[in-house]
Design a protein. Structure first.
Length: 290
């Protein structure tokens, strides 16, 4: 038991350090986003409206991740410093305070962040496919994740409950499974579409001309691949009840924000997929068909 707690405490500490590092990266991306938007004065009305939506989306993302990072830092400070002599040690403190109000606030922020990022991911799936049928199944998963996310907040926030133990962890596992299923579906759809169009665009436009939309950076950022990969790592470790799951939880939530922010930046830099780019790619595919 003590060895499990030691691994968990080290993992929580490492996770908090990753939070701080990646939060700094997110701040850079966020202010870069606002800088690009502020310099875009001479634009058509539709472009300005799009920029306003992206700035609001970015602000929601950074607001939620800020709450999560602060909550994790405060909980660590309370457990390791303020209450270092707590009866029973860090394991007892965590068990007795896992449902403290600000931890519930952090869980709520992560659920809102997930819904925001996943909504954006579904939208980008629609853009890449330019077909509403492609997002039918992800949309069903999205609404299921909203219900399970609310249940996760409720059951993990009840007195004497614990996000990593009992009924709360089963609900959290269900929520995370649905969310990651959504991520995996959208990531696969986007990657598959980009690779399919890339192969055909090269045949008519050449590799250099098509690389803007079909390179490795496009594949990774457009599909929010890091978000999905860290989510899979988290769900596996949580499912086997391994104490290192808290590290992957931190990385998963941080890239939940970072992956969306990188994609927003790519959109503002006019390097992301648009409906026009999709149409061009599909038309190129038709040109090379026998």
């Amino acid at each position: 038991m003590s060895s499990t707690n030691t691994i968990f405490q080290h993992s929580l500490y490492v996770g908090n350090n990753f939070n701080a590092i990646l939060y700094g990266v997110e701040l850079v991306f966020y202010f870069a986003t606002l800088s690009i938007i502020s310099r875009s004065n001479r634009q058509e009305k539709a472009a300005k409206q799009s920029n306003i939506r992206l700035s609001v989306l970015s602000t929601v993302l950074i607001s939620m991740i800020t709450i999560f990072v602060i909550v994790q830092a405060i909980f660590g400070e309370q457990m390791w410093i303020t209450n270092e002599d707590y009866p029973g040690g860090t394991a007892a403190y965590f068990a007795n305070h896992a449902a403290v109000w600000y931890e519930t606030l952090g869980t709520t922020a992560s659920v809102v962040l997930s819904l925001t990022s996943d909504g954006f991911l579904i939208y980008r799936t629609y853009i890449v496919w330019n077909n509403w049928r492609a997002i039918l199944f992800p949309s069903v998963l999205y609404f299921a994740s909203a219900v399970l996310g609310i249940m996760t907040c409720y059951y993990s926030g009840k007195p004497d409950s614990d996000f990593f133990v009992g009924l709360a962890v089963n609900i959290a596992l269900s929520w995370s499974s649905v969310v990651i299923g959504l991520n995996f579906t959208c990531t696969t759809l986007i990657c598959g579409r980009i690779l399919w169009v890339a192969k055909r665009m090269e045949g008519t436009l050449g590799r250099k001309a098509s690389k803007k939309y079909t390179g490795a950076a496009s594949l990774i950022i457009e599909s929010m691949l890091p978000y999905t990969l860290f989510g899979i790592m988290y769900i596996v470790t949580l499912g086997i009840n391994h104490p290192t799951s808290v590290v992957f939880l931190s990385l998963y939530i941080m890239f939940m924000c970072l992956s969306s922010q990188m994609l927003i930046l790519r959109v503002l830099m006019n390097r992301a997929w648009t409906r026009d780019a999709v149409t061009m790619g599909v038309n190129s595919a038709r040109c090379v068909e026998p």
